[in-house]
Design a protein. Sequence first.
Length: 364
Amino acid sequence: MNLDSAESMLQSQIPAKGSINESTKMALEDAVLSPRFYTTNFKEMDRINIDSLRPEWDTLMAEYEGDNNADHFQRPADMDKNYSNLHPALYDEFVEFLISSITSEFSGCILYAEIKRKVTNPDMRNLFGYMARDESRHAGFINQWLKDFNIGIDLGFLAKAKKYTYFKPKFIFYATYLSEKIGYARYITIFRELESRPETRFHPIFLWFERWCNDEFRHGESFALIMRANPKLLQGVNKLWIRFFILAVYATMYVRDHTRIELYKAMQISPTDYDKKVLFITNEIIKQVFPISVNLDDPRFYRYLEEMRALFEKMDAYKKEGGLINKVKTAILGARAGLVFVKLYFIPVQDNTLPANVRMVPTW
């Protein structure tokens, strides 16, 4: 497989189209809670050294080479019926969930493929080539199910038209490590819940989540090794950045999940209970690499998250109504949400003693 271009990896699965459809427009939206596309400093990425953890790194690269999910992301021939016959409210939220997911997967695919293409460091080239392969496979798989809904996202156009956010390599490491590990926690939690209540599994895609989440976990392991092999990334002022990214990822998930009421109702899952379980798992995992973690037991933590959720709910209502006055109201509420995040940031964190062995096993 040619890993030099994210678009070339996907062109056999998702052909480019001549016009922009509504689904592509949804994926193009740049909102606070929307998946974003990133670029970085490739020269700085080229200087990353993992020699201090070479045995662990080589073991991980062998796992990527083994590619135990090579044949997993295919829609079976006996699942050829149309699975889009859902209640209208659930239909809308599930489609939004799939579009958000494919945008997020493709975002990773583009970033990883571009890093591989623009660096010469063999360790980074190998890693990001493998991860681009995985993300491309995930995006193509989601697209197979989107066809039931007569939805096709023009990912070739999306790659060119979506706004890109510049992140320093260390910010890429913090944010993507958290994204991959929380992705693991989300997928395995949903899988376990629906495994215990198969009658609530309203769509077959959830059957793939158990092995899918192992890709997410392995990607996170890669960034864990990079950061532990370069300890300056975890010291000094960087601890403040780590604190910021942990809270930003946690808060974003909490607020976004509470906009998907019908989706979680269909699975008979409380979004609040689900998020608490996911954050607990994630908070335990990140102790492998981050010197600090959030105190989830502090009563202020979830109280502030709930305040942010309520503010974003009002902001969404004003945006839907439109008009100049509502734009002003939305801006004011956005400022208030920012202040709540500041309060969240200053809740005392917990110090972690980093384990001698960096690698973890997904046991949840």
